[in-house]
Write a protein that binds this ligand. Structure first.
Ligand SMILES: *[C@@H]1O[C@H](CO)[C@@H](O)[C@H](O)[C@H]1NC(C)=O
Length: 345
C-alpha cells in the first residue's frame, strides 16, 4: 500500500469511527469539509497558473483536481511530520498519478544480468581515508547545466551522458554538453528503446561501439523517438565498469574520482515531490525505475551525510535540479541507490 493510499485509508477509518457524533458537530464538520474543498480548488487554480497548466475540458479539470488533492494532502502531511528530513513541494508533477508520472519521467529498465561487474572495479584498492571529506564535481566545472527529459522515459540517456561529460572534462579539461537524443535515436539495436526505457551500461556500450557521442548543440534534444542521424563524435570512452552492488563505500571511492551513473527508485512521492533537504528514505521503495548521476557527496551542518545527485527533471525540481540523498546506509541504500551504479572509463 502506498503512503497516500494508507493515509486515505486511515482518514476513512477515522471518519467512520467519528460517525455517531452530535448533529451540530456533524454539521460543523460538513461546513469545514466544504471550506477545505474550496481552499483546495483555489490552490489547484493557483498551481495551474503558476505552472501554465491547462486542461481540455471541465471533466479533465475535475479529474486532475482529484489527483492534485490526493498529492497535496500527502505533501502537506509529509511536511508536517516532525521526522521528515526533507521537504516536499506541489511541483509541476502534482496533478499526475503515480502511473502517469513513472511512464513519462523515469525510464530505467534493468535487464537480467545488469550490473554484474563488467571489466572489474578500478577503485577497489582506493582507501577512503585518502578521499576528500566532501566532493562536488560542479565546483570542479565537470557538470553541465541541469537538463530536462520532458515526457520521455530516457532518464538512462541523461544519466549516462552526465557521467561521460564529467569524465571528458576530467580527462581533457573541456566541459562539453553531449547529446542524449543521439542515444534515444541511435542506440536502439540492443535493449535500449529510447523514450520507452533503457540502461546506462548499454548506453556506454553504444558509445564504445560507435566511437563516442556528438554534442548537444549539433544533435539537440527533442524528447521523442526519432530516426538516427549520422553525427561526428565529440567525446569518446573506452568502456565502463560497474560499482560493486550494495556497497556505498565503493560508490564513494568511485564518486571521489568521477561522476557516476546511479539507478534509483524515482517513482515514489517522497522522491517525485522532493523540494529541499536531505532525502532520508522513509516511504521510498528500492525497486529501480529511474536513473540520475552522483556528482558529489558531503555532510550537512546537522551531521547528516548525503550524496549530491543530478536529476533530469529541469532546474525547477528539487535543489535547482539536484537532490541530496542520505549517504552511508547499509545494503541497497536510500531509494535503492547503491544497487546498480556504473561509470565510463
Ligand atoms: C588491488 O590489490 C590487489 C592485491 O594487491 C591486486 O591483486 C589487485 O589487482 C588490485 N586491484 C586493482 C584494481 O589495482
Amino acid at each position: 500500500m502506498s503512503l497516500p493510499t494508507l493515509i486515505f485509508a486511515l482518514l476513512v477509518v477515522s471518519s467512520a469511527v467519528a460517525a455517531p457524533r452530535a448533529h451540530a458537530a456533524r454539521e460543523l464538520a460538513g461546513n469545514d469539509a466544504i471550506a477545505v474543498d474550496a481552499a483546495m480548488v483555489s490552490r489547484h487554480e493557483k498551481w495551474m497558473a503558476e505552472h501554465g497548466r491547462t486542461y481540455a475540458d471541465e471533466e479533465e479539470k475535475a479529474r486532475r483536481l482529484e489527483v492534485f488533492r490526493a498529492n497535496a494532502k500527502f505533501i502537506d502531511s509529509f511536511n508536517a511530520a516532525e521526522e521528515s528530513s526533507h521537504r516536499l513541494a506541489t511541483n509541476r508533477f502534482a496533478d499526475l498519478t503515480d502511473e502517469e508520472f513513472r511512464a513519462a519521467r523515469t525510464g530505467l529498465r534493468p535487464v537480467a544480468g545488469a550490473g554484474s561487474g563488467a571489466g572489474g572495479f578500478r577503485y577497489e584498492n582506493f582507501s577512503l581515508a585518502d578521499a576528500a571529506g566532501s566532493m562536488d564535481w560542479r565546483a570542479m566545472g565537470a557538470v553541465t547545466g541541469v537538463k530536462d527529459q520532458g515526457s520521455c522515459g530516457c532518464c538512462w540517456a541523461f544519466s549516462a551522458v552526465a557521467a561521460v561529460e564529467g569524465l571528458t572534462k576530467i580527462r581533457t579539461g573541456r566541459l562539453v554538453s553531449l547529446s542524449e537524443q543521439q542515444l534515444v535515436d541511435c542506440d536502439v539495436n540492443g535493449d535500449d528503446e529510447g523514450c520507452a526505457g533503457g540502461l546506462m551500461d548499454n548506453a556506454f556500450e553504444y558509445m564504445v561501439r560507435r566511437g563516442g557521442l556528438t554534442t548537444e548543440s549539433s544533435y539537440p534534444y527533442r524528447g521523442t523517438d526519432g530516426s538516427c542521424r549520422r553525427s561526428a563524435s565529440a567525446a569518446s570512452i573506452r568502456g565502463y565498469e560497474d560499482v560493486p552492488a550494495n556497497n556505498e563505500a565503493a560508490l564513494m571511492a568511485a564518486v571521489a574520482h568521477q561522476p557516476v551513473s546511479v539507478a534509483i527508485n524515482g517513482g515514489d512521492s517522497v522522491f517525485r515531490f522532493y523540494d529541499s533537504g536531505v532525502l532520508g528514505g522513509s516511504g521510498c521503495g528500492t525497486e529501480l525505475n529511474h536513473a540520475i548521476t552522483a556528482v558529489g557527496y558531503g555532510t550537512a551542518s546537522d551531521g547528516s551525510k548525503y550524496w549530491i545527485m543530478k536529476n533530469s527533471w529541469g532546474a525547477s525540481w528539487g535543489e535547482r535540479g539536484y537532490v541530496r540523498i542520505r549517504r552511508g546506509v547499509r545494503g541497497e541504500g536510500v531509494c535503492g541507490l547503491a544497487q546498480l551504479a556504473s561509470y565510463p572509463v
